[in-house]
Design a protein around this ligand. Structure first.
Ligand code: CU
Length: 480
């Protein structure tokens, strides 16, 4: 039988072999093509955990020092089955680091795994040497100390693996954790906070009948997890909650809605709070994207419940992602102010560039596969640029899995604004400060960003990590 793990390994090595798993994805393969049968998933069997918050091992006047051991562990993802996973600190997903604007975070990462790793702080404005570049790896048995200055606005970030050709497997196997930056302004707003501010790390998986967590094509990943558990339930009070949604899937988009179709309030994106809240009924999110929303569960009353569902679910999986059960009343003095934040100014764009993303015949940007020795873009520090990014793939036949023809364009170092989509001014889908933008087949966007505040080597790439690890990534050097 085809050993998909070996094929993926071959794909990771690049070249023609890289095409195999993606070509196969064009087929409408039945569940089970990955090997043994998938474990039957009974929804709402687990209570949803909230990832633990990591405590610093030391504090100085200006910094908090953390220590994380990257290690293998077992996780109960599907109820009653135990899966071997790769973790930060033994947790699946990893522990949450809570940072405060203006106070440095220093993380000593110790690699006790048998694979190379590189830790990238997604959404972080950090020096190049602390960015976790693909070739800047930590060998098994090695360690590295990353410094994060946190001179940036409040936002929901995450840290995850970025070792070249391995990031998709490593992240899929569990190498991801949250990193939340708060600031004085955000804390003054009166938004739901404390236990009413809850992250939801949403990702797909494939759990075999024996519990094996198997990295395979997204059309065979019909387990959907929130905070590491398959389709859990979460007990809430009848009041407002701030929910920080992450699409931490390696290769899939999700279309999230409340199953009763009701509206919720979006307050933030990748780069933190919006200027003003917007009402939404659905969120389309691709790998790497974040959305912060406020949901008022008082409308369901104690004893009521509502399901968060994925209308982009596979035909072989259930649409339910998470059930909120309203179990008690609670005092609610939180508010969602009509003015949430102010975006940094967007200066005139003086440089234009364009990028074409292709899945076939190879995963490329502008026809090239990532080469760490090749500088694809040289940007001048402080320059504001306008980038046109195009997804060159055509839609696939209706009813067939289409994850492989979507792209999720991500820039390191800086946030951008989406100005146009398909030649039109953007709507709520593209609101806010972003570091990741979703491109369906044939779509194009114009995005604008200012390069800085640091010089050095950085990256832009697709955040469908099967694509980036296959080479859909470019090098940008920011120069003085
Ligand atoms: Cu892509």
């Amino acid at each position: 039988m085809l050993n998909r793990r070996n094929i993926l390994k071959a794909a990771a090595a690049g070249g023609a072999a890289a095409l195999l798993p993606w070509n196969n994805m064009l087929g409408n393969s039945p569940a089970g093509a990955a090997g043994a049968a998938a474990a039957p998933a009974v929804p709402f069997a687990h209570a949803m955990p909230v990832p633990r918050v990591l405590s610093p091992v030391a504090r100085t006047a200006t910094s908090d020092l953390y220590e994380i051991r990257m290690q293998e562990a077992k996780a109960e993802i599907v109820k009653g089955l135990f899966s071997d996973v790769r973790t930060y600190g033994g947790s699946f997903p990893g522990p949450t680091i809570k940072a405060t604007q203006g106070r440095e975070v220093v993380v000593r990462q110790i690699n006790e795994l048998t694979e190379n790793t590189a830790v990238h702080l997604h959404g972080g404005t950090v020096l190049s040497e602390h960015d976790g570049l693909p070739m800047d790896t930590i060998a098994p048995g090695g360690e590295r100390t990353y410094r994060y200055p946190n001179q940036q606005r409040a936002a929901s970030l995450w840290y995850h693996d970025h070792a070249h050709h391995l990031e998709d497997t490593n992240v899929f196997m569990g190498m991801q954790g949250l990193y939340l930056i708060s600031d004085q302004h955000e804390r003054s707003l009166g938004l739901p906070s404390g236990t009413y501010d809850v992250p939801l790390v949403i990702r797909d998986a494939r759990i075999e009948e024996d519990g094996t967590l198997l990295y395979t094509r997204p059309s065979d990943c019909n387990n959907m997890l929130v905070n590491g558990k398959e389709r859990p339930y979460f007990k809430v009070a009848a009041r407002k909650y701030r929910l920080r949604l992450y699409n931490a899937c390696v290769n899939r988009y999700v279309r999230l809605r409340l199953a009763d179709g009701s509206e919720f309030t979006q307050i933030g994106t990748d780069g933190g709070l919006l200027e003003s809240p917007v009402q939404r009924t659905e969120l389309l999110m691709l790998g790497g994207e974040r959305a912060e929303i406020v949901v008022d569960f008082s409308r369901y009353g104690v004893g009521g419940s509502v399901v968060l569902e994925n209308t982009g679910a596979l035909s072989t999986e259930r649409p339910e992602v998470l059930r909120f059960d309203v179990v008690r009343d609670a005092w609610d003095s939180s508010v969602v102010p009509s003015r949430l934040s102010e975006f940094p100014p967007l200066p005139a764009r003086t440089v234009e560039r364009s990028f074409e993303l292709r899945t076939f015949p190879e995963m490329t940007i502008n026809g090239l596969s990532y080469d760490p020795a090749r500088v694809d873009v040289t940007a001048r520090l402080g320059t504001t640029e306008l980038w046109t990014v195009r997804n060159m793939e055509a839609p696939v036949e209706p009813g067939k899995p289409d994850f492989h023809v979507w792209h999720s364009f991500h820039t390191h170092l800086t946030y951008f604004r989406v100005l146009e989509r398909n030649g039109q001014p953007v709507g709520v889908r593209d609101v806010g400060l972003k570091d990741t933008v979703t491109l369906g087949p044939g779509e194009s966007v114009k995005i604008a960003m200012t390069w800085g505040p640091y010089t050095g080597q950085y990256l832009y790439h697709c955040h469908q990590l099967g694509h980036s690890s296959g080479g859909q990534m470019g090098r940008i050097d920011v120069v003085a």
